[in-house]
Design a protein around this ligand. Structure first.
Ligand code: WTA
Length: 649
């Protein structure tokens, strides 16, 4: 198959932050002398006390240690706000577009941001939040979510944002896991014309938490909520009398900035820890180079603050660069599928960063909803979260970008803090579906999955690992450094293991082929199949279950659950509905199983291990190639599963 490549325009090559020659030269410098390279890059931040060391990292077995700019001190909020006041006080920092298409957008200037974050900081302090304390932010896409993140950073508290689509149970588990003393939330969360009762979810979550956990409630809709005197605090009332001035705390470069829970292949979600100096250096640099951000441009990242993309590329990266970042509360299909293009037109968006699943969902509405909108402000398009299929890439390129906007397909993870493999608009010819080449300082390697041997040929396929540290790398799993080492550094010793499979073509371009572990990617949301399984088996009718992903036209992957019922339980449509409701309540709507197959038995080895490979194939409707089933304890269960498979598409 001939793959078309799309080189940067001459204009971009001439005017972008990096062209091919700059990329080659900077990349070589970044890997040959990381101390000099990153020591220089870190000067993009304001340091309170300069660092004397740059890189101090080891991936060695049982001695994994990652430290960047170790003895420097700085404050993230001061870097994202205060230092811009000199020349950008009146520039818009955040354009907030509410869900209701009839409501006006808010333009929050850097001065407004300074004052609002100052007030939030003082409110948090007033509630007893101190340096190092954990604060859970159960927040929808409202400006106060950004204020709260930055306020925590300002006073040295560690935030952990929990996606507002998660259930009370998931929220409670994260409050307990992080040992948080405060939950910040809103009364309700409007989205797509509907309202999620966040405060009441948080009430339910706190039933399972320590009595001394407090709640700070931001008014969004003003609708009625219940109130527990002595535990609940009214943000708007407290902020009204709070001072807008709060001195930023002097934080060590390696002090934690935030914890973000993410799914893995086993067990419950783990708390990924990012720290201060390296994270912000990396988020800021990648934001500037990957999107070729230029002062004055309006930049829109559609990710929710509940995910890492919302951290690095909605809040921290853009604000560190003094950018104007657009935050949208709603969904792209409300009130109709033209909403995104209306926003691009109204706010003259230059850079638009979204997920392939959103592109596919919009593409399904055809070109009609795009027509009539002026998209000429667009200059750069970006995607993240999953591999992008050529149809979606072409539609994005032609219908949205009019063939004039490079598409940066950014591969990275919650763990990596920022982009690791990505094109740079003025430097990298793109190929639809490839994340292309490594960012500065990143050394990807492809290992043979079985032997672990590094594949030295340019064209190669295997598991994707990274050879050495970069400043944005996660430092540990909250409270469990041993799990950190085991998860990322034990299968392939001396390397960071990404969990992704990958192919490298003859031009050295990287093509991510998807997860090689039991993590699935549903609508760009990362989900551990083990989590869905543990939710399902908690249902009284369920004896056993296995959950796998299967290809889904819009979501990328759908959730396919094989369920074995308890003796005496009868399969029925009502029970199926009940199980779906149950999982939504245990985890949240994003974990809703798409297909549930009643399985009288699951294929197991004689030692009792479920053969997930077979279950994946059947879920993919690819049962002609099941491979060797002779080692199964009872090969006949496979016949039944094939016979009654749910995905015949
Ligand atoms: C997948 C999201 C292909 C990958 C920032 C990774 C991608 C997981 C891409 C991380 C991409 C992310 N192409 N696959 N451009 N970007 N992925 O932690 O499997 O939510 O390991 O971080 O998403 O998901 P996470």
């Amino acid at each position: 198959m001939i793959i078309k490549t799309y080189p940067p325009s001459q204009d971009l090559a001439d005017n972008a932050h990096a062209n091919k020659a700059t990329y080659d030269q900077m990349y070589a410098a970044s890997v040959s002398d990381p101390d000099t390279f990153w020591g220089h890059q870190a000067q993009r931040l304001d340091w309170i006390k300069p660092f004397s060391r740059v890189k101090n990292t080891s991936f060695a077995p049982r001695a994994v240690n990652i430290e960047w700019f170790g003895d420097g001190t700085l404050n993230v909020a001061a870097n994202c706000i205060d230092r811009h006041l000199v020349d950008k006080a009146d520039q818009t920092a955040i354009i907030w577009v509410p869900d209701d298409p009839g409501a006006d957008a808010q333009h929050i200037t850097y001065r407004d941001l300074f004052e609002n974050v100052g007030r939030m900081s003082n409110v948090l302090k007033g509630l007893g939040v101190k340096r190092g304390d954990r604060v859970i932010l159960y927040m929808p896409m409202v400006p106060e979510a950004a204020y709260a993140m930055l306020a925590c950073a300002r006073i040295g508290a560690i935030h952990s944002v929990v996606f507002a689509g998660f259930s009370p149970d998931s929220l409670g588990a994260r409050v307990n896991g992080s040992g948080a003393k405060l939950v910040v939330t809103t009364d309700y969360a409007p989205r797509g014309g509907r309202k999620t009762p966040l405060k009441s979810n948080a009430d339910a979550a706190l039933l399972h938490c320590d009595d001394d956990v407090k709640m700070l409630v931001v008014k969004r809709t003003g609708d009625q909520i219940s109130w527990l005197e002595g535990r609940d605090y009214d943000y708007n009332a407290l902020a009204a009398s709070a001072s807008p001035y709060c001195t930023p705390a002097e934080m060590g470069a390696e002090d934690p900035l935030f914890i973000l829970y993410t799914s893995g292949s086993t067990g419950q979600p783990k708390g990924v820890v990012h720290t201060t100096g390296g994270y912000l250096t990396y988020a800021a640099m990648t934001h500037e180079y990957t999107f070729d951000y230029k002062p004055g441009e309006v930049y829109w990242c559609t990710a929710d603050v509940g995910w890492v993309t919302g951290h690095s590329y909605l809040v921290y990266g853009p604000l560190a660069n003094g950018a104007t970042t657009l935050m949208f509360e709603g969904i792209p299909t409300y009130p109709d599928a033209g909403r995104s293009w209306q926003i691009v037109q109204d706010h003259k968006v230059s850079i638009y960063y979204t997920a392939p699943t959103a592109i596919r969902a919009l593409m399904a509405h055809g070109d009609g909803p795009v027509q009539g909108y002026d998209l000429s402000s667009l200059r750069i398009l970006g995607t993240v979260g999953e591999p992008i299929n050529p149809e979606a890439w072409n539609w994005f390129n032609e219908t949205i970008g009019k063939g004039n906007c490079p598409i940066v397909d950014t591969w990275w993870q919650t763990e990596t803090g920022g982009h690791l493999i990505t094109p740079l608009p003025g430097a990298t010819p793109t190929k639809p579906g490839s994340a292309t080449l490594p960012f500065f300082g990143v050394q990807p390697v492809i290992l043979d999955p079985t032997s672990g041997a590094e594949q030295t040929d340019v064209a190669a396929e295997g598991v994707l690992c990274i050879k050495d540290s970069w400043p944005g790398q996660m430092r540990t799993i909250w409270g469990d450094h041993a799990r950190f080492e085991k998860t990322y550094f034990s299968d392939y010793k001396g390397y960071y293991f990404t969990g992704d499979g990958c192919r490298r073509d003859e031009d050295g371009y990287y093509w991510i082929t998807g997860r090689v572990d039991d993590v699935i990617n549903v609508s760009g949301h990362r989900m551990g199949t083990a989590e869905v399984e543990s939710a399902l088996v908690a249902h009284p009718a369920v004896a056993e279950t296995a959950v796998v992903g299967y290809p889904h036209a819009i979501k990328g992957q759908g959730i396919y659950a094989y369920v074995t019922l308890m003796n005496g339980e009868e399969p029925s449509d009502d029970l199926r509905k009940d199980l779906i409701k149950w999982v939504r309540a245990e985890i949240g709507p994003i974990a809703t199983p798409d297909l549930i197959q009643w399985a009288p038995g699951l294929p197991k080895t004689r030692s009792g291990k479920i053969m997930r490979r077979i279950l994946r194939k059947i879920a993919e409707n690819d049962f002609g190639s099941l491979g060797d089933t002779s080692t199964l304890a009872d090969p006949s269960v496979v016949e039944d599963l094939i016979e009654n498979r749910m995905n015949r598409g």
